[in-house]
Design a protein around this ligand. Structure first.
Ligand code: CA
Length: 238
């Protein structure tokens, strides 16, 4: 009597990566054009120099940190809570004039590709507005559970500090080399790399690839659709 032949290793290649941490604005939602236009308009009318490119370069900072950069550069002085509150309120009012941001083209395809290769998916965002966060569940139904969204209310030091992504690692209970980040912003890439995580940049805005590579992005894709197409092969190398 012969013993059954043992099955050999599964044909599907396995990846060491267990979790993918997604940024939200500019990655899952095409919201940056409206954010950039509102920031630039409000700050310029307040007397602070801020171009649309400046908004993209500073994306990820808290409102306080963003306005501090501008007051230092324009007037050579610090900002204060009252000024931040006033400018940020105007920015939020201006932002409401724009239609709700659509889901980023290719985002669902990326999430489906990641599901297929078996990684857990998380969001790590600087946003703390309930109205924006709730859109995650309505526009990506079934993709993100509530405990898999790290938002601006979960930490004190925002991007480019590594804390948001360190919390993401804790939530996912994985080591930095068991995760990968998907980011669109230079300071988001800096935050992820500071947390020790390999980072895929998707250049969905107006910046140059060098702006993202300069912060240490390990890969740059021109769109989420391009990332979705590349994912099955890329994940095998991670
Ligand atoms: Ca972003």
């Amino acid at each position: 009597m012969t013993s059954p032949t043992p099955k050999t290793a599964a044909t599907a290649a396995s990846s060491r990566v267990k979790a993918v941490l997604f940024d939200m604005d500019g990655v899952l939602f095409d919201s940056m054009p409206a954010h950039a236009a509102s920031w630039a308009k409000v700050c310029t009318s307040y007397g602070l120099q801020m171009s649309v490119r400046d908004v993209y370069l500073n994306e990820g900072r808290t409102a306080h940190s963003t306005i501090e950069v501008l007051t230092q550069r324009t007037w050579g002085r610090s900002t204060n809570d009252e000024e931040v509150e006033r400018i940020y309120r105007l920015k939020c009012e201006e932002f409401k004039n724009y239609p709700d941001a659509p889901v980023m083209a290719g985002a669902i395809a990326v999430l489906d590709a990641v599901r297929l290769t078996g990684q857990q998916i998380y969001i790590v965002t600087g946003s703390a507005q309930d109205s924006l966060l709730s859109r995650i569940y309505t526009h990506f139904p079934g993709y993100f559970e509530r405990d898999r969204v790290v938002c601006g209310k979960d930490y004190r030091l925002g991007k480019p500090h590594p804390d948001p992504y360190l919390i993401g690692l804790q939530r996912a209970a994985v080591q930095p080399d068991e995760a990968v980040v998907v980011e669109n912003a230079p300071l988001g890439v800096r935050a992820a790399k500071a947390a020790g995580i390999r980072t895929i940049a998707v250049n969905t805005g107006i910046l140059d690839d060098s702006d993202l590579l300069g912060e240490g992005a390990d890969w740059v894709f021109p769109s989420m659709a391009a990332l979705a197409e590349a994912w099955p092969r890329l994940v095998e190398t991670l």
